[in-house]
Design a protein around this ligand. Structure first.
Ligand SMILES: [Zn+2]
Length: 82
């Protein structure tokens, strides 16, 4: 993947980072998933707990680039095989 180095808005320098999903005492890697979220049924909720349905094989890690000058965030979720 080509990494962006300059901000599209102000041409400032970009730094790479990520957006941790902090919950339940753990910090997890934020991921992208194809489609729209689908709420679980009450039976899913009772079996698996709260949240949305997802297919683990569809998850792509999200990388966030932040402009040091203006703070703009630019997100990428590249396929590892691309
Ligand atoms: Zn900028």
């Amino acid at each position: 993947m080509t990494q962006p180095s300059r901000c599209a808005d102000c041409d400032g320098e970009l730094e790479v980072g990520f957006i941790p999903d902090v919950s339940m005492g753990a910090a997890l890697q934020t991921a992208w998933h194809r489609g729209v979220p689908d709420d679980k049924t009450i039976l899913d909720y009772l079996k698996f707990g709260p949240g949305v349905k997802y297919d683990r094989s569809q998850l792509l890690p999200v990388r966030a680039f932040r402009c040091k000058a203006c703070g703009l965030l630019r997100l990428y979720a590249n396929d590892q095989t691309a």
